[in-house]
Structure formats: structure tokens, C-alpha cells
Ligand binder design. Structure first.
Ligand SMILES: [Zn+2]
Length: 411
């Protein structure tokens, strides 16, 4: 008999996501390694055993037994693209957009991203901690157990470092794990006139200090027409790599100027948004292994019709992940909502969406110890109050998570 701390038994379904030890692509995304009538045993922070209810009950003794009849167990959601750290909100801009105002008009009235930059610069560290922690509490309650968090609303050195230090403090003090990304090249700050000069500043003044203080694992750039072009983005990411930061890219969101191709050439771990990505880009990313992170909440909140071509990506053997893009323009902490949008608007199947929101998103953050339920992996998992995974996109706008376990503990 094996001794476990917790045994979750009589599960209607367990989706273990066991399979090839690399990002899942093509048909592999459909296979979530489902066990019907399953059980899961936890010892300490890790998974001790997972299998059929009969098998596990025969082999495992546990101090604590939890009945999960009629429930579905899946790995904790991994959200690989969030702008978690910001101050304030912009709900009035949505109200204006609903009435037909354009983004440019809102910008001219002092709205948009620079409004959030002003608020974030003004906010004390304590205030940023409190506002961001409230979002993390909601993320965890909705089943996210690990997330990426970007800076990018400070822009200057002092404020970018302030935001990255807030990420570090939140990671240490909260059950939800955070992985930090430096996104200084999110927008051109008002102090600079030319984007190339600002990229110089990021490279010469900011990156060395971030690397020195070990404040970021990734460097990201908003590569887009009228923001930072392909050459500027490439220059920044190459330099970041020399400082030991891995590359990820905001690419092809509004226009396709060749950013996802550049991401593939640089062997970036991921290219994100990809709404305007074409077949040639998809083939390049499939070949390079760059993971596409799709953010269907963003076109939804912008009331746009076009979403990233998820089906074309899957058919061409490109690995894709899903994320919230949590930010003042797309404020959701819920990966469940993202799964609903991925299925309804991008025609992903519930199983593909689950793979994209757990296993592949863990790979998009280079975290092979999470994202699947296998012996020895971290016991980050959810008990959902649904009998099967098809309910996940089907019952939208409500929280289907009943229990969240992080490192073997109910949180
Ligand atoms: Zn983003």
C-alpha cells in the first residue's frame, strides 16, 4: 500500500494531459488522456498516483478522502499572458466604445494605455500590490494556479522596476505563482519622440539593471505598426537574450508587419495575439517550435469580428496556448471565460481548449513540472462541479471551479 495525504476518489472524469513531453500540436491537442471513474492521490506537494478509481483505491491509503462523484478533475489553469500590474480602470472607455467612439478619439481625449501609465506611475508600491493582489485572488478562485505577469505600465526605469518588484513580492506572498516579464517596450512613453531612441534607453539603461537584480525571466515587446517595428523589436530581444532573458512577442494583433516571423526566427518561446497571422507565418512557427498564445478576450472586448485563426494553426501542426490578456482594456481573471470564447469564436473543441489552457500554456512558460497530472508532478489541480469537460465552454459566465489545490493544499 502507498501512503497518501489526500485521495480524491469517484471522479466522473480526470483529464490528466499525460502524453508527449513537449508542446502538443495538431491532433495531439484533442487527446487530454481522460480517465473515466478516476482517482487521484497526493503526497506532500506532488502527485503520488492517478488512475482508475478501482486501481488507486486498491494501491493507496490516505489520511483524507474526498468524494468527487459527478465532478471533473483537471490540472490548474496556467495563464501565460497577463498585464497583472496596473492601477485604476477604464470602464468609461468601454461605455464610449459601445456608443461608437473610435480608439483614436478616445486616445485624443487622454484615454487608452497612457492613461493607465499615468495612474500606475502615480501609484505607490503598496497601492499597486493591493490592486494586483485583488486580481490574483479572483484568478485563483477561477482556477488559475500559475500565471505570467508583465510590467509595461511604468515605461521608465524607476516605474518598470517598481512593477517588477511588485510581481516578485506578490509571487512570494500569494498561493498563485507568478512568472515575471519585462515589457518596457509596451508603448512609447511621453518623454520620447522616437521609438528607436526609447529602445536604446531600454537596452542601455533598463535591461542591465533588471538583469542585475534578476527581476524578469522574459522580455516581451509590442511589435506593431506605429508602435515598435520588427527591427527595433529584434534588436531589443536579441540584447535581452544576452542578458539571460528569454524572448516572447506581441505579434500580428492589429496588422501583420512580420512580427510572428521574427519571433520564429529568434526562436522566441511564444508569439502572442496572432489575429492577423497568415499561413506562411503559421508554417514558420510550427517549424521553429514557437508556441502561439491566443487571447480571444481581446477582440471580444474590442467588439471585433476577427479572431486568431486557431483551426488553421492546429491543422498546420502549430502548438497553441490560451491566455486572458488581463489588462484595463480586457479585464478578466477567468480562463473559463477564455475557453468559452476559444470554443465559440475560434472553433476549438473543448478538449483542444483544455490542452491549450493547461499543458501547452505551462510549456509556453517553460514550466514542465505543471500542466499535467502525472506521478511526481506538482499537485496543482481543480475539482470542477461538472460531470464532463464539454460543460466547460457550455456553461458560460459562471465559476465552475469547486476546489483549487496548489502544491497539494486546498486554497
Ligand atoms: Zn498583452
Amino acid at each position: 500500500m502507498m501512503e497518501a495525504d489526500i485521495l480524491i476518489e469517484n471522479c466522473s472524469e480526470i483529464h490528466t494531459l499525460k502524453g508527449p513531453d513537449r508542446p502538443r500540436r495538431g491532433d495531439e491537442m484533442q487527446d487530454t488522456s481522460k480517465i473515466k471513474n478516476g482517482a487521484l492521490a497526493v503526497k506532500g506537494e506532488s502527485i503520488l498516483a492517478v488512475g482508475s478509481d478501482k486501481e488507486i483505491k486498491r494501491d493507496v491509503e490516505a489520511e483524507k478522502i474526498i468524494d468527487a462523484s459527478g465532478k471533473t478533475v483537471i490540472p490548474g489553469f496556467v495563464d501565460p499572458h497577463t498585464h497583472l500590474i496596473y492601477s485604476g480602470s477604464r470602464e468609461d472607455e468601454l461605455a464610449m466604445k459601445i456608443q461608437g467612439k473610435t480608439y483614436m478619439e478616445i486616445l485624443e481625449e487622454g484615454g487608452g494605455i497612457l492613461r493607465t501609465v499615468r495612474a500606475t506611475r502615480k501609484a505607490s508600491k503598496q497601492r499597486l500590490l493591493e490592486e494586483s493582489k485583488a486580481r490574483m485572488d479572483r484568478m485563483l478562485a477561477h482556477g488559475t494556479t500559475t500565471a505570467e505577469a508583465k510590467s509595461g505600465y511604468g515605461l521608465d526605469k524607476k516605474n518598470e522596476i517598481k512593477c517588477l518588484e511588485v510581481i516578485d513580492e506578490l509571487d512570494k506572498s500569494h498561493d498563485l505563482d507568478l512568472i515575471p516579464t519585462y515589457l518596457g517596450a509596451h508603448s512609447l512613453p511621453p518623454e520620447f519622440e522616437r521609438s528607436e531612441d526609447y529602445i536604446d534607453y531600454c537596452i542601455e539603461d533598463v535591461l542591465p539593471e533588471i538583469a542585475d537584480k534578476d527581476l524578469a525571466e522574459y522580455c516581451d515587446v509590442f511589435c506593431e505598426k506605429g508602435v515598435f517595428d520588427v527591427e527595433e523589436s529584434r534588436r531589443l530581444l536579441k540584447k535581452a537574450k544576452q542578458f539571460g532573458l528569454k524572448a516572447r512577442v506581441h505579434a500580428d494583433e492589429i496588422e501583420n508587419i512580420g512580427c510572428s516571423k521574427m519571433a520564429a526566427e529568434l526562436d522566441a518561446i511564444s508569439a502572442e495575439h496572432l489575429v492577423k497571422t497568415d499561413e506562411e507565418d503559421i508554417i514558420m512557427m510550427a517549424e521553429s517550435g514557437t508556441i502561439g498564445i491566443l487571447l480571444p478576450g481581446t477582440p471580444f472586448m474590442l467588439m471585433e469580428e476577427k479572431y486568431a485563426p486557431a483551426r488553421q494553426m492546429i491543422e498546420n501542426g502549430m502548438a497553441i496556448a490560451l491566455a486572458t490578456d488581463l489588462n484595463p482594456n480586457c479585464w478578466t481573471e477567468s480562463m473559463q471565460m477564455v475557453i468559452t470564447l476559444a470554443c465559440l469564436q475560434m472553433k476549438m473543441t473543448p478538449s483542444e481548449a483544455l490542452t491549450a489552457a493547461t499543458f501547452n500554456s505551462a510549456r509556453a512558460l517553460d514550466r514542465p513540472d505543471i500542466g499535467s497530472l502525472e506521478k511526481g508532478k506538482k499537485a496543482d489541480f481543480l475539482v470542477l462541479d461538472i460531470p464532463n469537460i464539454d460543460h466547460l465552454p457550455y456553461r458560460f459566465g459562471v465559476n465552475l471551479v469547486e476546489k483549487v489545490y496548489k502544491r497539494g493544499e486546498k486554497v
